[in-house]
Design a protein around this ligand. Structure first.
Ligand SMILES: *Cc1c(COP(=O)(O)O)cnc(C)c1O
Length: 404
């Protein structure tokens, strides 16, 4: 453990490195745009006007602060530690993603951009981006794999209602990573008038940093709220990890708090030994994808592998570079939860607490409840309830008819 250095945890460095991860592996044209973005961002976050507007939008448009809920019934049933939920599912548009898109659209506005673009997998980030584009009167184009366009018809319709153009991407596996490539291509061509809103703590510097910072409002609120509720920090914080933005959002301010154990839960899909999962940190190796160096699921030739998860939002072969670093320095422990475990917790959460969680979030719940079972009643496990499950009705009903 290298905990001593965490008191002064200060990553990334000026070039976007988190230890050996991160950086900026992009074409010349984008390099200049990224450097400018880094500068613009550094100035913006020292400007009270920018910070005040961010705070005001989070309060009046998103509905922050989100509450913390003591899941008393589920804790009693388990008979172990006390479960608390940070209710990001109550945010406008139903998940944590809106925190970051608000931050980025304010940067877009500040730098005079009139058009925003985004990539999306399940469509959640696309909806969050289309929402803020409408809110600030900007043109919006969302790239989405053709397979996902079919699978996620409702979110496509939502984005169109909000005035966005949705472009189906027909290359590669026609999913998220192909949509990301296409969005990058658009950005290279239109960098003068276009702001690229990335949906998680991945991509080239400075995106992993700025997405983390905008989402870190989650952990900042928790620190105050847990103090009010129980008078101390939680013993454990558990969050699901796709690209890793909701996890870093709640972890970040707790990194120097050594008494708080941080746990990231990846999608173990049908099992880590089946090859059908999306657990980049547990089963991947370092490599370069989408402009950053991080853990990736790749075959022996370094080709990026197809992933599987019941939750589209965790279905990505990479992960944010800061998570790779936090894993290597042993500050965050990364574990997996399978499709089956996530589904079981999804149902428990609905019936015991009256909350329909997102399938992504259900992975965090699966591990948190397993952990709570082994702990004393005085221990506190705080789960980031990253989103609501309304979007998952189709998937859940399909799995149910297969399983029963
Ligand atoms: C998108 C999404 C995730 C996964 O993305 P992260 O960047 O890992 O947070 C998790 N939960 C919900 C509800 C999502 O919509």
């Amino acid at each position: 453990m290298k905990f001593n250095s965490l008191k002064s945890y200060n990553f990334p460095d000026s070039e976007g490195h988190f230890g050996p991860y991160g950086g900026s592996f992009v074409a010349e044209t984008l390099f200049a745009a990224l450097e400018k973005l880094d500068n613009d961002y550094a100035i913006a976050i020292k400007d009270d006007k920018f910070l005040d507007e961010f705070e005001k939008e989070l309060k009046t448009f998103v509905g922050r602060p989100s509450p913390i809920f003591h899941a008393r019934r589920w804790s009693e049933k388990i008979g172990g530690a006390q479960l608390f939920f940070k209710r990001e599912d109550l945010n406008h548009t139903g998940a944590h993603k809106i925190n970051n898109t608000i931050g980025q659209i304010l940067l877009a506005k500040r730098t005079g951009k009139k058009r925003v673009i985004a990539e999306t997998g399940a469509g959640q980030h696309g909806v969050a981006t289309a929402t803020v584009a409408a809110r600030f009167g900007m043109e919006c184009t969302v790239y989405m794999g053709a397979t996902d366009v079919e699978r996620q018809a409702q979110n496509v319709y939502r984005m169109k209602l909000l005035g966005a153009e949705v472009v189906p991407v027909n290359s590669g596996s026609k999913t998220l990573k192909d949509a990301l490539n296409e969005a990058m291509r658009d950005w290279v061509t239109n960098v003068e008038n276009t702001f690229y809103i990335i949906g998680t703590v991945a991509g080239p510097h400075p995106y992993p940093k700025l997405v983390r910072d905008f989402n870190s409002v989650v952990g900042k609120e928790c620190k105050f709220q847990m103090q009010d509720l129980v008078g101390r920090n939680p013993d454990y914080i558990v969050a699901c990890v796709g690209g890793g933005s909701n996890a870093l959002g709640i972890f970040y301010d707790y990194i120097p708090c050594e008494e708080v154990e941080l746990i990231g839960v990846e999608a173990a899909g049908k099992g880590l030994d089946t090859g059908k999962h999306s657990a980049s940190l547990s089963a991947g190796k370092p490599g370069i994808l989408h402009g950053t160096r991080t853990y990736l699921l790749q075959d022996v030739n370094g080709q990026v592998e197809e992933t599987h998860s019941i939750s589209a939002g965790l279905d990505y072969p990479g992960v944010g570079p800061e998570h790779a670093h936090l894993k290597d320095i042993n500050r965050v422990r990364y574990v997996g939860a399978s499709d089956r475990e996530a589904l079981a917790s999804f149902h428990d959460c609905c019936r015991i607490e009256g909350i329909i969680p997102a399938l992504e979030t259900s992975h965090a719940l699966a591990y948190a409840t397993k952990l709570a079972r082994e702990l004393e009643k005085e221990k506190i496990v705080l789960v980031n309830l990253s989103g609501r499950g309304d979007k998952d009705m189709h998937t859940v009903s399909r799995y149910l008819s297969v399983d029963t």
